[in-house]
Design a protein around this ligand. Structure first.
Ligand code: GLN
Length: 293
């Protein structure tokens, strides 16, 4: 069978399985198999696949048809242009989180003088911590997660991108395991934010394959923002920022939670599809004045 034939047949199969962007999915699997850039497939439409290649592709397409995420089949995803290993133990990094990473490293690059310090709260695959360290060579990053299995993946990703010397991964339930005197210029987080009952309604790729504890934000989805609002300020340097991602429609509730804990919401940014997704806040003085630090 040729490359073109296999793309067409597999795309039809994935269409029947209600997989979104079926042709793209097949092309990405095939490009990975043949170690070609995706566009390279178009120059090789007439190439015959060998029997082992065909067997491997069929197995992958079958799994994709069962709604296993492409990134789990391939074993990695790209985040801000860096390849991150992923598995069932970590949330697959999403494109909208790239915006958060960029906002974070740009802020760290502006910090003059002392070593910029950042904390990635709930690091998962390590994607945010690693990008901060990679883009800001002066920075030192702490990354916490409750899952030792996730931290093992994250550590591997940091090793692979040469930033392991400046990212310290630590098993911690929120801020619990941090030294009390630790202070950061930036606390960044893409916490679990799906209300518990909504998890059942998500796409199977997410519902059945992302770790539940990377998704579940408690009854109203806001549990981790409550923790951040209440506990993050004690770990921020003066002038430091809290930057976090949140779920659809959560902007007003997250902003309100922060304001009741003396935070000043500086910016709310939308993602590529126009949904409000990211918030930047800093801690106001206790008397409620609103002057910037
Ligand atoms: N920080 C990781 C990410 O942004 C993991 C987030 C999570 O598990 N909720 O992808």
């Amino acid at each position: 069978m040729t490359v073109l034939e296999v793309i067409q047949r597999s795309a039809e199969f994935l269409t029947r399985k209600e997989v979104e962007t079926p042709r793209l999915q097949v092309e990405l699997l095939l490009a990975h198999l043949l170690r070609l850039p995706r566009m390279g497939l178009y120059l090789n439409f007439e190439r015959q696949l060998t029997a082992p290649e065909l067997d491997q592709l069929r197995e992958w397409v079958r799994r994709r048809g069962e709604r296993e995420p492409l990134q789990h089949i391939i074993g990695s995803t790209s985040f801000c242009g860096l390849e991150m290993a992923v598995s069932r133990e970590v949330l697959v990094p999403r494109p909208e989180t790239e915006l958060l990473a960029e906002l974070g490293w740009k802020f760290l690059l502006q910090q003059a003088g002392v070593t910029p310090m950042a904390l990635d709260f709930g690091t998962g695959s390590g994607c945010l911590a690693i990008l901060l360290a990679a883009k800001c060579p002066a920075a030192s990053v702490e990354a916490v997660d409750i899952s030792p299995e996730a931290l093992a993946i994250a550590q591997g990703n940091a090793d692979r991108h040469g930033v392991a010397g400046r990212v310290r991964f630590r098993e911690s339930d929120g801020f619990a395991a941090l030294e009390r005197e630790a202070r950061f210029d930036l606390i960044i987080s893409n916490p679990p934010y799906i209300p518990s009952e909504e998890i059942a309604t998500l796409d199977p790729e997410v519902r059945d394959h992302d770790p539940r504890r990377a998704l579940d934000g408690g009854a109203d989805g806001l549990e981790f923002y409550r923790r951040l609002a209440g506990e993050a300020a004690a770990f921020l340097r003066p002038g430091g920022r809290l930057m976090c991602e949140f779920g659809d429609g959560q902007a007003p509730a997250v902003a309100e939670l922060l304001r009741t804990q003396m935070w000043i919401v500086e910016t709310v940014l939308s993602d590529y599809s126009g949904c409000e997704r990211i918030l930047v806040a800093y801690r106001g003085p206790e008397n409620g004045a609103t002057a910037a630090p």
